[in-house]
Design a protein around this ligand. Structure first.
Ligand code: CS2
Length: 496
């Protein structure tokens, strides 16, 4: 008879199989120097992993992480993680089938803002907190993608301005906590963005200052001069956790972990070295500190994230379910490489120490990892915000430099068809999650009457539609796709 799996918690740590790496530090001695908002899979495979490795490597235990969820939707994770002392297993899946299992111990508490906003504000304002880090997704920065300005029309912002001590959005929390620190004579924490947003620190700063200016001009000035917002490039492919991940740990390893995280072996974190207070020496465990992260983030967002969107949208329409399945199709791999070589590489500045050809080869190999089943539904979730961040800036740069836009235009035409029909080429329903889904569907569904209907959403497309070449190319692609919805044929005609 199989022995029952051990429930993951502090007391289980010394009973786990020897092949499982566990924290080698005394968790009861860890203090929380970091408060992190947005404890999704990516945070847990990336910053929490680096911090666990750092505490294991150096014994500097002042960098535990207090996780924060702001919404009701975060309750499930909070409850499951609390029941296992905030421990979870990182399942690192290599392309050759090798798997490393590592229990991460850096997360040591989890507060829910929707239950107790004061507890979150006080935690951020406590003298122990040196860094508040964020993984709030592209949409979480609350800017209008076309104007780049803070969106004061968002009902949650209106709520937060009226209820500053029980906010809904992260900016309300940051402001209330900074206000309290200032009142208490404490230096501010560093705000560290870990999202795939170009100049993520600068964007966080601009948005927080816009919000703060509405509340208290003097406080906004203090934030401007005293708070550090390092920009950073973050990278580790982390698919959504599945029931199969939980079952694998239970049956094959003997661990009962209700919310593990699967990820690829590759990880990268390049950070600007400007911090208000102390920081972990993450460079001791592989992070890189630089003066200017711009070339690295450009390279990563425009090749990897945009590459994901290319495969995600075209692959979904074709009927593929995952990234590895899409890129294993030679036509998709060739199209992706063509997009990278002809539409992205020409506008990327050289990156010191990085050979772009090798970087692209590595990306294709990472996408092809057959053990990372990264679902296209995850990749395509929040496409409206993602495309504005990952793909449209490349198109705008190409249009200004007389560069190529064919592949990217096909992706937009395919996104229109995808959002209109909401089924793949076989008629199978697509699983679409997007804050703008209704608006995008409404516009896209008028394409048969007005081929440019989708482009009328100015908050997404504004500066792109000023370019006549784009509008003409889009019209041609979208009409061709509607006449014959076979993405492979259209990809082929761009390649030939
Ligand atoms: C993906 C990213 O969400 C997406 O569209 O491109 O989550 C990607 O997997 C990570 O940025 C990899 O670092």
């Amino acid at each position: 008879m199989q022995t029952p799996a051990i429930k993951l918690n502090n007391s289980a740590l010394n009973q786990l199989p020897a092949t499982v790496l566990v924290p080698n530090y005394d968790r009861s001695k860890v203090t929380q120097g970091i408060v992190h908002v947005g404890v999704g899979g990516f945070h847990r495979s990336h910053e929490a992993y680096y911090t666990d490795a750092y505490m294991s490597e150096t014994g500097d235990l002042s960098w535990g992480i207090c996780g924060v969820g702001l919404r009701e939707a975060d309750r499930k994770m909070q409850t499951l993680l609390a029941a296992q002392d905030y421990l979870y297993t990182l399942i690192v899946r290599h392309p050759d089938g090798n798997i490393e299992n590592r229990v991460i111990g850096s997360l040591s508490d989890f507060l829910l803002g929707c239950d107790d906003p004061t507890a979150v504000i006080n935690k951020m304002a406590s003298s122990e907190t040196k860094i508040v880090s964020l993984t709030i997704t592209e949409g979480g920065y609350n800017f209008n993608p076309a104007s780049g300005e803070f969106d004061f029309t968002n009902p949650d912002v209106i709520h937060d301005l009226a209820n500053p001590q029980s906010p809904r959005l992260v900016f309300g929390y940051l402001l209330a906590a900074l206000q309290l620190r200032r009142k208490n004579g404490l230096a501010p924490f560093t705000i560290q963005s870990c999202d795939n947003v170009q100049h993520n620190g600068d964007v966080a700063k601009k948005m927080l200052i816009a919000y703060a200016s509405k509340v208290d001009g003097e406080l906004a000035q203090w934030i401007e001069s005293e708070v550090a917002f390092p920009n950073a490039m973050v990278d580790r492919i982390t698919p959504a956790t599945t029931a199969a991940d939980i079952a694998y740990l239970q049956k094959n390893i003997g661990i009962n972990d209700q919310w593990p995280v699967t990820c690829e072996p590759f990880h990268q974190w390049i950070i600007e070295d400007k911090f208000t207070l102390a920081r972990p020496q993450w460079e001791q465990v592989g992070a890189q500190f630089v003066d200017d992260v711009t070339p690295y983030e450009n390279m990563k967002i425009r090749l990897l994230n945009a590459g994901h969107s290319v495969l995600g949208i075209l692959g979904s329409l074709h009927g593929f379910a995952t990234i590895d399945e899409s890129v294993q199709d030679p036509l998709f791999a060739k199209f992706l490489r063509h997009f990278m070589d002809t539409e992205v590489t020409p506008i990327l500045p050289a990156v010191a120490g990085i050979n772009l050809d090798e970087y692209k080869d590595t990306l294709l190999a990472r996408f092809a990892n057959p053990n990372i089943k990264d679902g296209l539904a995850r990749i395509c979730s929040e496409n409206a915000a993602k495309l504005s961040t990952f793909l449209l800036p490349t198109m705008v740069d190409n249009l200004s430099n007389k560069g190529q836009i064919q592949c990217a235009t096909l992706v937009l035409a395919a996104w229109c068809y995808y959002s209109d029909k909401q089924v793949d080429q076989q008629g199978k329903a697509l699983n679409i999650t997007d804050a703008m889904a209704v608006e995008v569907h409404k516009a896209a569904s008028q394409t048969n009457q007005r081929s440019l209907a989708l482009l009328e959403i100015s908050s997404i497309f504004a500066s792109l539609t000023c370019h006549k070449e784009f509008v003409t190319a889009y019209k041609k692609q979208v009409m061709a796709l509607y006449a014959k919805p076979d993405v492979k044929q259209h990809m082929q005609s761009i390649l030939s």
